[in-house]
Design a protein around this ligand. Structure first.
Ligand code: PBG
Length: 329
């Protein structure tokens, strides 16, 4: 027997109050992490043409953005430096400088906001190397795993010493979570969290980010020997399992929208906080759609961000964070 007309799923959709009552997924400003790009100078704002609407800011400007984030209810910023070209070298030495852009930004934000906002810092060498790769190269140009892990430990400790709350290795080297966790414990940083970019894919969606941190023109080749093959799904679960075993507090899937299936699988297999990174190319795609008259920005932003929550994330890194927080606040 057909259940129709007794069952009509449209009944609960008929009014706004009823849709609100039956909504399964709720997005709030507290779900958002706002990635920001730091650059040199004072009162300096630089546009990023491939990321329309997003700009780099000098340390003082970023401190103001942090205050804005607090007032919007955004709980965390993710910081990325645009290291001046003359400070980039083969081994990313500047990553270890306690006065580098990242560390100065951390201190300025903590001065301005204290613990009203969390600071997530990216652990990977690409904003500091003259070749744009995330690690150290051997003579053949291969990114050496174990030597890179040693460098990443130094970079993470430098960030933690400056006041980072969450260090987030985005490099995809094997064994880096355990090495960084151990070093943090040994150096009095037991409460610094580790968010592992656990399932990070070798994606075509990172282009505007590489413009923003100034590594696009420097990068030769690709990152396929360390970032994951977009064709793989079981392997993502192995990456997550390893990072959790090594001491990650939370894990990330990146990019976001093309990998919603991975987010859902991770969430179903591990009862841990899962984050998604709606990356620069995804942001640019939405902005391009808006510019072409193909969609409405507010609706596109809220729909895509809600999809991450529906897929099972605890939160989302998104360049649309301030807009979304305003819409949701
Ligand atoms: C660096 C890093 C990248 C992103 C975050 N951290 C780029 C890359 O791996 O090449 C991309 C973020 C984005 O596209 O918004 N390891």
């Amino acid at each position: 027997m057909s259940q129709y007309p007794h069952l009509r799923l449209r009944r609960t959709r008929a009014t706004a109050w009823s849709r609100a009552l039956h909504r399964e997924t709720v997005l709030t400003p507290a779900d958002l992490i706002w990635p920001v790009f730091v650059t040199e100078g004072k009162d300096n704002v630089e546009d990023i043409p491939s990321l329309p609407g997003v700009s780099r800011g000098s340390v003082d400007v970023i401190a103001k953005r942090a205050k804005e984030a607090v007032s919007l209810g955004i709980p965390c910023l993710a910081l990325f430096p645009n290291t001046p070209a003359h400070l980039r070298d083969d081994t990313g030495t500047e990553a270890h400088n306690p006065d580098n852009l990242m560390c100065r930004a951390i201190r300025a934000i903590k001065d301005a906001c204290g613990d009203d906002i969390g600071l997530l810092t990216d652990v990977a060498l690409d904003p500091y190397t003259s070749h744009g790769q995330d690690g150290l190269l051997d003579e053949a140009g291969y990114v050496e795993n174990d030597a890179t892990v040693d460098a990443l430990v130094g970079q993470a400790l430098n960030q933690a010493s400056a006041g980072a709350d969450i260090v987030a290795p985005s490099d995809m080297m094997d064994g880096r979570i355990a090495a960084i966790r151990e070093a943090l414990e040994e150096t009095g940083h037991a409460n610094v969290q580790l968010m592992a970019y656990a399932a990070k894919y070798a994606s075509a969606f990172y282009g505007p980010f590489r413009d923003a941190v100034g590594s696009r023109g420097l990068l030769k080749g690709d990152k396929k020997t360390y970032q994951m093959d977009p064709a793989n799904s079981d392997e993502a679960l192995r990456e997550v399992e390893l990072d959790l075993a090594e001491g990650a507090d939370s894990v990330m899937v990146k990019p976001g929208l093309p990998y919603l299936d991975i987010i859902r699988r991770v969430r179903d297999n591990f009862e841990v906080p899962v984050f998604a990174y709606q990356v620069s190319g995804e942001y640019a795609m939405i902005e391009a759609a808006v510019a072409a008259g193909a969609g409405e920005r507010e609706a596109l932003v809220l729909e895509t961000l809600t999809s991450f929550k529906r897929a099972g994330t605890s939160g989302v890194l998104t360049y649309h964070a301030p807009l979304a927080a305003k819409l949701l606040g």
